[in-house]
Design a protein around this ligand. Structure first.
Ligand code: GLP
Length: 242
């Protein structure tokens, strides 16, 4: 694992964006695994700026997001579809047909998850998977316990996660959906490279558990330590528990 601790959050965000950009420019048809959450907002801001300022080309890039809430439509401002469109896709020259997120409005959610895995395989697998970390130690929405061989599936969200993500729902955890579709830990581990980014003091304890505690299903982010090509970017605050 390559661990990089940056002096402040903005430098960490810039580094994460430039790592993604260098993966994109080193492949003819890059396949990116994308993440959501407040931490990633700055990454997408920097990527959009790299497109605008330096001509970073998204025209041959495909993307697969980690997760989506069940029961939110694509144009619901609280959905991850909307988040991605708003923060990244509408700012860059990506082909809308190359953008993939699980459909949490599908009639048959199991079939949707199977189809999502198949689409990742058809694209040739994910080159670089971007990851945040939730307060429960989740990557994607892999709440504890999530065995490391889990695949894309429908999960029930932990109350702590619903609280953590309430800011997108008017601050009210009761408004946060109880279920989500998420890539499994096994799906994530199949990406050729992993890039986990965490910022701020609030993440210090869970980052320490993930990187230095027991490796196992109780902290799904600990699985990244089993991956041969994994980079972790932290700021000083999120690294303060190490
Ligand atoms: C959500 C996402 C996770 C992400 C987490 C971190 O729960 N499903 O993939 O890691 O948010 O959120 P934040 O960056 O807002 O702390």
């Amino acid at each position: 694992m390559r661990l990089i601790i940056m002096p402040d959050p903005d430098i960490a965000l810039r580094l994460a964006a430039s790592e993604i950009a260098s993966h994109m420019t080193s492949s003819r048809h890059p396949v990116l695994g994308l993440a959501t959450g407040r931490t990633m907002e700055g990454v997408y801001g920097h990527l959009a700026a790299l497109h605008e300022r330096d001509g970073l080309d998204f025209s041959t890039t495909s993307t697969f997001n980690l997760d989506e809430y069940v029961g939110l439509s694509q144009d619901d401002p609280r959905s991850y579809h909307y988040y991605m469109h708003d923060l990244l896709f509408r700012h860059v020259n990506i082909d809308p047909a190359s953008v993939h997120l699980p459909d949490g409005m599908g009639q048959d959610l199991d079939a949707e998850c199977t189809a999502y895995e198949a689409a990742i395989s058809r694209a040739g697998g994910i080159d670089l998977q971007l990851l945040g970390i939730g307060d429960t130690g989740h990557i994607g929405f892999n709440e504890p316990p999530s065995p490391f061989d889990t695949r894309t599936r429908c999960v029930t969200l932990n109350d702590k996660t619903r609280e953590q993500n309430a800011s997108m729902f008017g601050g009210d955890p009761a408004q946060v959906p109880h279920q989500a579709l998420t890539m499994g830990v096994g799906t994530i581990l199949e990406a050729r490279h992993l890039l986990l980014l965490a910022l701020g003091t609030a993440k210090a304890d869970i980052v320490a558990k993930a990187l230095e505690g027991e490796v196992g299903p109780q902290v799904s982010a600990s699985a990244i330590r089993l991956h041969a090509r994994c980079t972790v970017i932290l700021d000083k605050a999120s690294a303060s528990g190490l």
